[in-house]
Ligand binder design. Structure first.
Ligand code: URA
Length: 208
């Protein structure tokens, strides 16, 4: 596996990064690495960097509406030092928590191709491999959930995505899934701030 920082494995995504960089020279426009210690007992997996969020800041969920909901919930349950995450220089500390994405580069129209998701999957597999025994994996949305079951070598049909599902894995690890904290899911009522935050309450109980 090549180094994530200069990854060129997906030609379409590598070209898209360059195109976006021309339009927004101050943006990160490169693969976005996981945020948080590899030893953390909670690993959260999102979809892919957002154009004006992680792709701009260089840190998952930092600077967009999804991140507002995520970091508020993390802060409420003691997994983050701050409730707001605006830039990679904001002093945010994750506490026993790590955040990553199924696909590390900004995809056009927020839609990675299956081939790109598969090409990126070994990076995710390595991050999951760092999760200690007794740890929790949380997938945000069906896309991330499928990428995680693939990385774990599980049959997706036996571990389907569902709102607030929880599955026992090996080494006392637990796989949780919940809807993605996107503005769309919030605006359509699929999630509320309260229902989203509640998932982290359950995880906190497990990790206590
Ligand atoms: N920002 C990310 O880093 N990932 C998402 O899935 C959404 C926004």
């Amino acid at each position: 596996m090549s180094d994530l920082s200069g990854c060129q494995l997906c030609p379409r995504l590598a070209a898209h990064r360059e195109t976006v960089k021309l339009q927004y020279p101050a943006y990160h426009c490169a693969p976005v690495a996981a945020f948080g210690a590899a030893s953390a007992r909670l690993l959260i997996v999102g979809l892919a960097p957002g154009l004006h969020g992680a792709n701009a800041s260089g840190r998952p969920f930092t600077g967009d509406a999804s991140g507002d909901l995520l970091f508020t919930a993390l802060h409420d349950h003691g997994f983050a030092s701050q409730a707001q995450s605006r830039s990679s220089a904001d002093g945010m500390q994750l506490i026993d928590c790590r955040i990553t994405n199924a696909v590390k580069c900004l995809p056009p129209r927020n839609q990675p191709r299956a081939s790109e998701t598969n090409t990126c999957n070994p990076y995710l597999r390595a991050e999951i491999g760092d999760l200690p025994a007794g740890g929790v994996l949380l997938t945000l949305g069906g896309f991330a959930h499928r990428a995680v079951t693939r990385a774990l070598g599980l049959r997706h049909a036996e571990y389907p995505f569902a709102r607030a599902a929880a599955y026992d894995l090996d080494a006392r690890r637990t796989l949780f899934s919940c809807y993605h904290p996107s503005r769309y899911n919030l605006n359509t009522g699929r999630i509320t701030a309260a229902s989203f935050t509640e998932v982290f309450g359950r995880i906190r109980e497990l990790l206590r």
